[in-house]
Ligand binder design. Structure first.
Ligand code: FAD
Ligand code: DLZ
Ligand code: SF4
Length: 512
């Protein structure tokens, strides 16, 4: 065959230097971009997540055309659209009489399985290339993991610092320490006034997508009213520059703080753009390092930020591919409670949960501590079913793809992987939320009250969680102290905690 090579580019591969294009020439290549029903509905994504991806895909197609590439763009409303990647690739092979298919590996196991099938089912040769936008190639991660008893992010992170040279002074970490978290993590302060996030006004392309999403996906969760995510490279770069200038200097200090009505605080809000390929993670880290080198941001903020990207993000991605497909089924703490309705409606007296669900619905975003220590902590303490929780997280956030969502849910919050990812569950009572937020002062429950109908539910749930998982968790070195406290408590007190938690848990299954 003499036809061109077909390069399918998926909705989270919107980078001009994607590996599938690296050795291609425009005159011998057809790029295929596909809006397909299977991807828009395999879970019922937040409306804003669909709008972001489809608008960004349309903008990227335009960018590619302007750079001289031939782009075959299949829209969702195309009457011939088969509704799946596989169907669309097969149609495009016939349409363009192509001699081969070249694609960058996808971010999700589900899609990888489908792509492997292309090798046998399609009439032309299929090449699947590594995704070089990640800093740590998967074979390197597997080699790092092989033979280690404990796969801790902190050790991986140090190797990534050495490998990238970021914040290094020869072979030593800049400032003499790898991690400056001791200087970070302040609670909210009254005078906290984070700069407003740049909001991107929808252009014509985005308007058309927003209207289509509002009509076609009206049953999906979430609001489109606040849609202001960057949808093209120029906007993403503007969002990046605003973060580096305005919020990075305070990023570390208030990384764990939560404030009612302050949805982004000093966080980057760049994950949706990074994950679809509008920003390069290594370039972003180099720019953050420059802010420190040129005296505009303190080392503890810049180190904390770089750790999230070359440490957590890369480690999470490696763990996903290392642990799949078992990770999707993992339920190490044997948790089976259905997801309560208030994860969708926000209709609960618990102000912390109501507030985190509100920002999730309004923005398709909640920041890390809201995801981990409020929404995630509750799911852990209440023993919610990992599959239901994972599906919720995959649906509701604009940055959610299974490679990053699932290890965070099954590993980091639910401990469903029995500690492969985190050395202990992030379980906390109301006192933690009170320390790090202004939520408890606005809540009907009393965070200082331990048991009874007016008490903060997190307090009794915390002890209920430890008690019911004693067999699994009491040998954890990092839980020795809470278990010692539990055992020292007199029996009546313990019974009160258990009864209070059970009363609350039983109320969850009653429909309002
Ligand atoms: P910042 O707080 O400003 O952090 C900077 C960057 O670091 C982020 O943009 C992100 O790229 C990276 N990062 C930080 N923490 C993590 C982490 N744990 N895993 C991977 N990357 C990290 N992130 C996603 O991108 N998609 C998800 O679906 C997702 N699901 C999550 C589910 C749970 C239960 C938890 C606890 C965390 C999840 N995260 C996810 C990680 C993190 O919460 C988000 O990356 C972050 O909130 C995005 O907002 P930001 O850009 O303002 O991040
Ligand atoms: C999430 C998503 C959605 C909602 N829609 C599309 C789409 O129509 N076309 C597309 O190419 N990609 C979409 N995506 C992103 C894919 O689900 C993502 O590329 C795979 O899950 C692999 O990570
Ligand atoms: Fe949440 Fe408890 Fe505080 Fe209410 S009192 S906001 S339920 S932690």
């Amino acid at each position: 065959m003499t036809g061109p090579v077909l390069v399918p580019i998926l909705g989270d591969q919107l980078s001009p230097d994607i590996s599938s294009l690296a050795d291609r020439k425009p005159d011998d290549t057809v790029i295929l971009m596909m809006e397909v029903a299977e991807e828009t509905t395999y879970v019922l994504h937040h409306k804003a997540k669909i709008a972001l991806i489809l608008s960004a895909m349309r903008h990227f197609a335009k960018e590619l055309c302007e750079a001289g590439w031939t782009v075959d763009y299949v829209r969702l409303d195309d009457p011939e659209n088969t509704g799946s990647f596989t169907g669309e690739v097969a149609r495009a092979i016939a349409r363009h009489d192509v001699r081969g298919v070249q694609v960058t590996e996808p971010g999700e196991w589900r899609v990888r399985q489908a792509m492997e099938q292309w090798r046998t089912d399609l009439p032309v040769r299929v090449r699947i290339l590594p995704d070089t936008r990640f800093i740590c190639p998967l074979p390197d991660f597997f080699e790092w993991a092989a033979g280690r008893r404990e796969l801790r992010m902190e050790w991986f992170y140090r190797e990534m610092r050495r490998k990238t040279g970021l914040l290094m002074d020869g072979d030593k970490p800049m400032g003499g320490r790898w991690n400056f978290d001791a200087e970070n993590r302040r609670g909210p302060e009254k005078s906290l006034a984070p700069p407003v996030l740049p909001a991107f006004k929808p252009d014509e392309v985005t308007h058309e997508v927003l209207q289509m999403v509002a009509e076609r996906f009206d049953r999906h969760f979430g609001s489109l009213g606040n849609f202001a995510w960057p949808v093209c490279r120029a906007e993403a770069e503007q969002a990046r520059d605003a973060f580096l200038k305005d919020r990075l200097p305070m990023f570390g200090r208030y990384q764990d703080a939560m404030v009612t009505g302050q949805d982004f605080l000093f966080h980057a809000a760049l994950s949706p753009a990074i994950n679809i390929g509008l920003l390069d993670p290594l370039d972003l880290c180099r720019r953050a390092e420059m802010e420190w080198r040129e005296g505009r941001a303190p080392l503890e903020a810049v180190e904390g930020f770089i750790r999230q990207i070359i440490g957590w993000r890369e480690y999470i991605r490696g763990m996903y591919w290392l642990e799949m497909p078992a990770l999707a089924e993992a339920n190490g703490l044997d948790a089976h409670r259905p997801l309560p309705d208030f994860y969708w409606t926000g209709d609960t007296q618990m102000h912390c949960i109501a507030e985190c669900v509100r920002t999730t619905r309004d923005n398709a975003y909640a920041h890390h501590i809201q995801r981990l220590m409020v929404l995630g902590n509750f799911a852990l303490l209440a023993g919610l079913d990992p599959r239901e929780v994972a599906e919720w997280y995959l649906i509701v956030f604009a940055d959610a793809y299974e490679w990053v969502e699932l290890p965070n849910v099954a590993g980091m919050i639910l401990h469903a992987d029995k500690g492969r990812l985190a050395s202990k569950p992030y379980a906390a009572s109301g006192a933690y939320i009170d320390r790090m937020s202004d939520y408890c002062g606005k809540c009907t429950y009393d965070v200082k009250q331990k048991t009874g109908p007016g008490a903060c539910p997190f307090n009794a749930l915390y002890w209920h969680f430890l008690a019911r998982n004693e067999n699994h968790l009491s040998s954890y070195h990092r839980l020795a102290q809470p278990y010692a406290t539990w055992r020292r408590m007199d029996e009546d007190r313990r019974d009160e905690y258990i009864a209070s938690a059970e009363l609350f848990l039983n109320s969850l299954s009653q429909k309002p």
